[in-house]
Write a protein that binds this ligand. Structure first.
Ligand SMILES: NC(=O)c1ccc[n+]([C@@H]2O[C@H](COP(=O)([O-])OP(=O)(O)OC[C@H]3O[C@@H](n4cnc5c(N)ncnc54)[C@H](OP(=O)(O)O)[C@@H]3O)[C@@H](O)[C@H]2O)c1
Length: 260
């Protein structure tokens, strides 16, 4: 039976890049009666909302803050929506080795990329029904350990593993979860990643894709109930490398590549 509750799609990181593109494409697909756009910058969220046909609500939240996560839980408890879609796109990385990335940046990366993503997912799940969909934005960095992006790559491996196991637990509920693992994408990511003492430890971001293509492919993979969306042949190749090549060999290859 169709639920009479308001259908809501939750998109974290909706103020920029991949999250903003998810907001645009989910708007076109009319997956919800309201899009909740979640990030820290209210003005940017309002600007994204103004582009959309579906009504939207800017939810200003720092997802590294337990208080702000609690705010989202309260909002969901008060409104009791039917969450048809959850996209966790909020996240960031830093280039540099263990000495050049600050303690604060390392903690924030773990808090946002891992804890914030898990908490948002757990907040949304009780409001999901058969047919609800989840896309967790991981990265091709999840496929192997990456020196000079060590915490970032580890955080994305966490997202990939978490999503795969959650998906297994959701078997039979009709809720589909997909981990999106793209290589480089043209967004605000690079500027943030380079803002550290080791910001130039990674050279050119080879083969950058546009966010629209990545998101279109992610939505297609999720519609097909795939566990992982690579979104490019390069990422699919890296996924294979991660499975068959010893990590020390992959890390040596990456160490050459990042100097280009
Ligand atoms: N671009 C790439 O090459 C690439 C490749 C693979 C995976 N990814 C992943 O894709 C996801 C989206 O990144 P992007 O490439 O679209 O970069 P982006 O343009 O910098 O977007 C990052 C988003 O995260 C939000 N955010 C950052 N810190 C936050 C916090 N503490 N609380 C809430 N929201 C926060 C930002 O909004 P506010 O600043 O307004 O809070 C922004 O909306 C990330 O998880 C990233 O790791 C990116």
């Amino acid at each position: 039976m169709e639920s009479s509750r308001k259908r809501v799609a939750l998109i974290t990181g909706a103020s920029s890049g991949i999250g903003r593109e998810f907001a645009r494409q989910l708007d076109r697909q009319q997956v919800a009666d309201e899009l909740w756009l979640i990030a820290r910058k209210e003005e940017a969220l309002t600007a994204v909302g103004a582009e959309l046909d579906t009504p939207s609500r800017p939810v200003v939240a720092d997802l590294t803050s337990p208080d702000d996560i609690a705010k989202i839980r309260t909002l969901l408890a008060e409104e009791q929506p039917h969450v048809t879609f959850l996209v966790n796109a909020a996240g960031f990385g830093k280039f540099g080795d263990w000495q050049t990335i600050s303690d604060a940046a390392v903690d924030a990366m773990i808090d946002l990329n891992c804890r914030g993503l898990v908490d948002t997912t757990r907040a949304a799940l009780p409001h999901m029904e058969r047919g609800s969909r989840i896309i967790q934005v991981a990265s091709a960095a999840a496929f192997a350990p990456l020196p000079h992006m060590n915490v970032y790559a580890a955080s994305k491996a966490f997202v990939l593993r978490y999503t795969r196991a959650l998906r297994w637990e959701l078997h039979g509920t009709g809720i589909t979860a997909t981990a999106l693992c793209p290589t480089w994408v043209k967004t605000g990511f690079e500027k943030v990643a380079r803002a550290s003492g080791g910001g130039h430890d990674v050279g050119h971001l080879l083969g950058e894709q546009d966010a629209a293509t990545v998101v279109r492919r992610a939505l297609g993979a999720n519609r097909l109930h795939l566990a992982v969306a690579c979104a490019s042949p390069q990422s699919a190749a890296l996924r294979l490398v991660g499975k068959v090549v010893p990590d020390c060999v992959t890390m040596a290859g990456w160490d050459l590549l990042r100097r280009l």
